[in-house]
Design a protein around this ligand. Structure first.
Ligand SMILES: Nc1ncnc2c1ncn2[C@@H]1O[C@H](COP(=O)(O)OP(=O)(O)O)[C@@H](O)[C@H]1O
Ligand SMILES: [Mg+2]
Length: 258
């Protein structure tokens, strides 16, 4: 068994606003193993983004404990990559120098990381686009660039918050395949937040299903399907997993996922 890499123990988050206290995450505990691909699905406002930001050290938790590799998270973590819903690229930099942004900021050896940047771009089907400016790319291509940028400094952990949210269905499918390919090459530990049940089942080793706010764990489902998983050749078991997750939401009265 691999060692747990990330551990959330009885984590709670209450946001204090001017006139109220909002319990956003209520007593959540789970582990993520090294090199594991985990997805979190849950209704809008159940605390998914809050969990991701607490793991990244961007939002403090109210009680409980989060550790990454045995170290307690109490400040912004630098040894990880994060991807948010909209790719924020710098328009005056070309694709390659957008991917190398972290390298510049961290003052690392650029020539050493250039080959890695090119390899990542290649892995997501963007070879030949390294000299283009972001405004010359489609939304899906821009999001692929931001995935490469998050991985270029080789962090052991990748956090993705609804990275395909603003993309059309076909592009989502293509990028899902790219992410699967990248994961099989690099075996990073990945936490993916998504509102798509099929996407979660397609990509993950385990899917964490959350209840409506205040977010608690409804169930953690192990996805026992061989990889690479192919959209046009999904086994019957795939539909069973997806149906099971859908049923959990129906039972708790959740009609729409965010
Ligand atoms: N900075 C904040 N201040 C106050 N309330 C917040 C803040 N961020 C999130 N919330 C509230 O916490 C709950 C969970 O939010 P969030 O983690 O963004 O959910 P999700 O990503 O699952 O949609 C929501 O009710 C939201 O309104
Ligand atoms: Mg969110």
């Amino acid at each position: 068994m691999p060692e747990p890499f990330i551990r959330l123990q009885n984590v709670e988050k209450t946001y204090l606003t001017k006139d109220s206290a909002i319990l956003a995450v209520d007593d959540v505990s789970f582990d993520i193993n090294e090199s594991e691909f985990i997805a979190i699905v849950g209704p809008s406002g159940c605390g998914k983004t809050t969990i991701l930001k607490m793991i990244a050290g961007l939002v403090p938790y109210t009680s409980g404990e989060i550790t990454i590799g045995d170290v307690r998270v109490d400040k912004p973590q630098t040894d990880l990559g994060i991807i948010f819903q909209d790719a924020v690229l710098l328009d005056w930099r070309d694709v390659l120098s957008n991917v190398l942004l972290q390298i510049d900021i961290r003052k690392l050896n650029k020539s050493k990381y250039k080959a890695r940047a090119m390899e990542l771009l290649n892995n997501v089907g963007l070879d030949g686009f390294e000299g283009k400016k972001p405004y010359e790319l489609s939304g899906g291509m821009r999001q692929r660039v931001s995935i490469c940028r998050a991985l270029v400094h080789n962090p052991p952990l990748l956090l993705m918050d609804e990275p395909f949210g603003s993309l059309d269905a076909l592009t989502r499918e293509q990028i899902s395949m790219d992410i699967q390919h990248l994961w099989m090459e690099e075996r990073k530990t990945v936490l993916l937040i998504t509102h798509s049940i099929p996407e979660a089942v397609l990509l993950s080793d385990r899917v964490i299903v959350m209840t409506p706010r205040p977010g608690q764990l409804a169930e953690i489902i192990e996805i026992d399907l061989p990889r690479p998983r192919q959209l046009n050749r999904l086994p019957e078991k795939f539909n069973e997993y997806a149906g099971h997750i859908r049923q959990i939401f129906q039972d708790s009265g959740v009609l729409e996922l965010d």
